[in-house]
Design a protein around this ligand. Structure first.
Ligand SMILES: C[S@@+](CC[C@H](N)C(=O)[O-])C[C@H]1O[C@@H](n2cnc3c(N)ncnc32)[C@H](O)[C@@H]1O
Length: 461
């Protein structure tokens, strides 16, 4: 009996000793890696920034906004370019990436990534390289456009490339990778009551900077500082991608935009061939159901020449607050922003049931069409989360389609070309809602514009 007890005590002590050893070993490991991080951080501020970004799940823009102004100005374009074309960029500055080898940037790899710091320092030491890489924002836009390094499929996470291959095949995938690793230009939407010519002159833009795609657009290749212009201060124009401008236009005049849509993403968009009514489109009651901070709300309200009504909804108070500020600044009297409570949308909107002339559902999506503007997003993509998106998109379409009046219009738009979210959701909606007649749909960009999908229906009378 006694011997058994002694054996048990001994075994227990042994287990405790093993546990103690493991705890100590873990602590040693943690301390060791903390020391390594501290060492690296001391010599590599860019690396620290990098780690903060990966660990925080914050959008890169938000993190850059925290930097002192001089650092932000220097880092922002370099970091963005680096994230857009890591392979080509690293090759250009002579930092070892084996040819043809994809940069599979897992979170762990990113956290321990000193290469980012090396590339960054190499760029700082060699302004000519930076210039050639279109990173120097003061360079003449023509030089920038001509010398841009073009990225490829190895600049994207392999899972993403696989998904593009599955949806669109190999050739289209190459096109998409190239388009989405290019530096996007800056596009403006000029208010209908303003003169595009006057704004162009004020911004000292070239004659050919009028957009060929949007009848109210001005575009610049590369970067252009436009926010300091007095005309921006008085709300004469907004910064908005030309594709996004076209989506808003499609809600009011689908016949002008449908001919510009492609069957596949990444194809060339033909020039805009219509004409806008000088005083704006006839007044309508439009519901912008997923308005966000209201890029399309403002465009819709303006394209109706300040007449009609645009009711803009979102579930996030911060977005609605931002939209209210923008409506105030632009002095738009025909747009109103209202916050929705998730789960109570139908109740909140019941007075509009079957009454709206047009409803826009610009749904939350994987955002693959705007990766050239948010190049960090691809390294943080959560593929399990995006698998759930079609469910949400279908729910939002079911919910908000009930607001369309007979003879009215429903528009579903996305800033992605992921088929399950675009054509997949459209198919599902059409099977469940024969009362909606498809009028047209397809893809815009990504090439001259960001990448979008658009589908328009008319509710049978
Ligand atoms: C693609 S963004 C909209 C972008 C915006 N239309 C623009 O032009 O800038 C999708 C928006 O849908 C919103 N959202 C998500 N669930 C929603 C819901 N149940 N009802 C309304 N909006 C929702 C998100 O907060 C997000 O702002």
């Amino acid at each position: 009996m006694n011997r058994t007890k002694t054996r048990r005590i001994r075994a227990k002590k042994k287990v405790q000793a093993i546990k103690r050893e493991r705890v100590e070993r873990d602590r040693d490991d943690r301390e060791k890696s903390a020391r390594a991080v501290a060492r690296q951080t001391a010599v590599d501020p860019f690396g620290r920034f990098w780690r903060d970004w990966v660990e925080s799940r914050r959008h890169l823009d938000a993190l850059l906004a925290d930097l002192p102004r001089n650092k932000k100005t220097a880092w922002a374009p370099r970091i963005q370019a680096f994230l857009r074309i890591p392979t080509s960029l690293a090759a250009e500055v002579g930092i070892g990436v084996a040819p043809g080898e994809p940069w599979k940037l897992s979170k762990e790899a990113l956290l321990n990534w000193t290469t980012a710091g090396q590339v960054f320092r190499a760029l700082e030491a060699n302004p000519q390289v930076a210039r050639n890489l279109a990173l120097d924002t003061t360079v003449d836009p023509e030089i920038v456009a001509g010398s841009q390094i073009v990225g490829g499929r190895e600049d994207f996470p392999p899972e993403m490339i696989e998904a593009w291959e599955k949806d669109w095949g190999s050739k289209a995938t190459d096109r998409l990778a190239e388009a989405l690793s290019r530096q996007p230009g800056v596009a403006l939407r000029v208010r209908l009551k303003e003169s595009r010519e006057a704004i162009r002159k004020e911004l000292e833009a070239r004659k050919d900077s009028f957009s060929k795609l949007s009848p109210v657009g001005i575009r610049f290749e590369g970067y252009k500082a436009v926010m300091a212009a007095p005309s921006f201060e008085r709300g004469a124009f907004e910064i908005q991608d030309e594709g996004s401008q076209l989506l808003a236009l499609a809600v009011l005049a689908p016949e002008l935009v449908i001919p510009m849509l492609a069957k596949e993403p990444g194809e060339e968009t033909p020039d805009f061939a219509g004409e806008l009514p000088a005083k704006g489109f006839p007044p309508m009651t439009v519901i912008d159901a997923c308005a966000g901070a209201g890029g399309k709300t403002l465009a819709l309200a303006d394209l109706m020449g300040g007449r009609g009504r645009v009711f803009a909804y979102d579930i996030f108070s911060s977005k609605i607050a931002a939209l209210k500020r923008r409506i105030g600044k632009a002095q738009m009297t025909n747009a109103k922003a209202i916050q929705l409570v998730p789960g109570e949308e139908s109740e909140q909107l019941k007075d509009f049931a079957g009454k709206a002339d047009a409803v826009l559902v610009d749904a939350p999506c994987s955002g693959w069409g705007v990766l050239r503007r948010n190049p960090d997003a691809k390294w943080k993509e959560n593929f399990a989360e995006i698998a759930k998106l079609p469910e949400l998109q279908s729910r939002l379409l079911d919910l908000y389609s009930g607001l369309v009046r007979p003879g009215g219009r429903l528009v579903y738009s996305l800033c992605t070309f992921r088929k399950e979210e675009s054509e997949g959701v459209v198919k599902r909606f059409q099977a469940a809602h024969p009362e909606f007649k498809p009028v047209g749909g397809g893809y815009l960009g990504p090439a001259q514009t960001d990448g979008f999908f658009l589908q328009i229906w008319e509710k049978r009378a």
